[in-house]
Ligand binder design. Structure first.
Ligand code: F6P
Length: 342
């Protein structure tokens, strides 16, 4: 009897914790007697039949490494003529029994569509943005939050010395999770999220009040997707293959407005891809590892069309279908953070 074959791919933006998933899934699958393949560069590799064999050696020494040893891309097969058919052809040609797709809403959306068309897929939710529904947390988020928190700590000391307002623009696309958590952990004096409109006059008044009590500096954490008077700030008008705009520049815009409204010297900094690079935290290594193990367990049980998820402290399986809508910050959580504004 021929050996069962399991493949995995990583798609979308990279994220600390991907390598722990790859390592755990590979080691568990090898123990269960699977032959394991790593598809290179997300869906692009499935279309091009670009893969590497994954054995014990291939996944040694990667637990602590950021990024993904498989490479990634934002290739969207749904937008490419004949690509979905090619994926089916290569799945068959490679004698695969199951494909584990490790990615965010885009990658998992494709995995779900392929599952509906008859392909044996299983999803693992990844993103620093933490905006995937159906799971309490995605891996990568904790690392990004810690990096952003450390940046806010550093901004505090220089803001205080120079009596400035400093604004940190943080990632997260249309969800404010990174900014909310980093802002709370880093003691930001104002937190601006895509989910909650705020007028610059309101922010300026809060800062003026704070400075009237003798404080001479303030820190604002703003999410890249925050809208100024209902408008997102874009780096370019171009969209990627999944239709996403490239956000960027809101921090600088706000800095100018706040300086004008308050008279306080105001500067901004964009943290950007620093939030996505480097080693995963212990939390993300453990979460990624547990997700990887569970994905193989689902593969063994033939539970396709599922995504592994964290519910409380348990790793469970939910329908891949649940990823269609982004998970955003709730009013209750924002209200907690608001206690510390100004
Ligand atoms: O989804 C992860 C993320 O880092 C977002 O927070 C950010 O808006 C986007 O990816 C940036 O994408 P890229 O790396 O393609 O510029």
């Amino acid at each position: 009897m021929s050996m069962k074959r399991l493949a995995m791919l990583t798609g979308g933006g990279d994220c600390p914790g991907l390598n722990p998933v790859i390592r755990a899934a590979t080691r568990r699958a090898l123990q269960e007697g699977y032959e394991v393949l790593g598809i290179r560069n997300g869906w692009k590799g499935m279309i091009e039949k670009n893969f590497i064999p994954l054995d014990r050696r291939a996944v040694a020494g990667i637990l602590h490494r950021g990024g993904t040893i498989l490479g990634t891309s934002r290739t969207n097969p749904r937008k490419m003529e004949g690509a979905v058919e090619k994926i089916f052809e290569n799945f068959k040609g490679l004698n695969l029994d199951v494909l584990i797709a490790i990615g965010g809403d885009d990658t998992l959306g494709v995995a779900y569509e392929l599952y509906r068309k008859g392909l044996a897929t299983i999803g693992v939710p990844k993103t620093i943005d933490n905006d995937i529904p159906g799971t309490d947390y995605t891996f990568g988020f904790d690392t990004a939050v810690n990096i952003a928190m450390e940046a806010l700590d550093r901004l505090h000391t220089t803001a205080e010395s120079h009596h400035r307002v400093l604004i940190a623009e943080l990632m997260g696309r249309h969800a404010g999770w990174i900014t909310l958590h980093a802002g709370m952990a880093g003691g930001a004096d104002y937190i601006l999220l895509p989910e909650f409109p705020k007028s610059m006059v309101e922010v300026a008044e809060a800062l003026k009040k704070r400075h009237a009590t003798g404080r001479t500096f303030s820190i604002i954490a703003v999410a890249e997707g925050f809208k100024i008077e209902g408008e997102e700030v874009l780096q370019t008008q171009e969209k990627d293959a999944f239709g996403h705009v490239r956000l960027g520049g809101v921090g600088e815009r706000i800095a100018k407005l706040i300086e004008k409204l308050t008279g306080f010297e105001t500067r901004s900094v964009v943290l950007g891809h620093l939030q996505r690079g480097g080693a995963p935290t212990a939390y993300d290594r453990v979460l990624g590892t547990r997700y990887g193990l569970k994905a193989v367990e689902l593969a063994m049980q033939g539970q396709f069309g599922k995504m592994v998820a964290l519910h409380g402290t348990e790793i469970v399986a939910v329908d891949l279908q649940s990823v269609t809508k982004a998970k955003v910050v709730t009013q209750e959580l924002y209200a907690e953070a608001q206690t510390f504004f100004g």
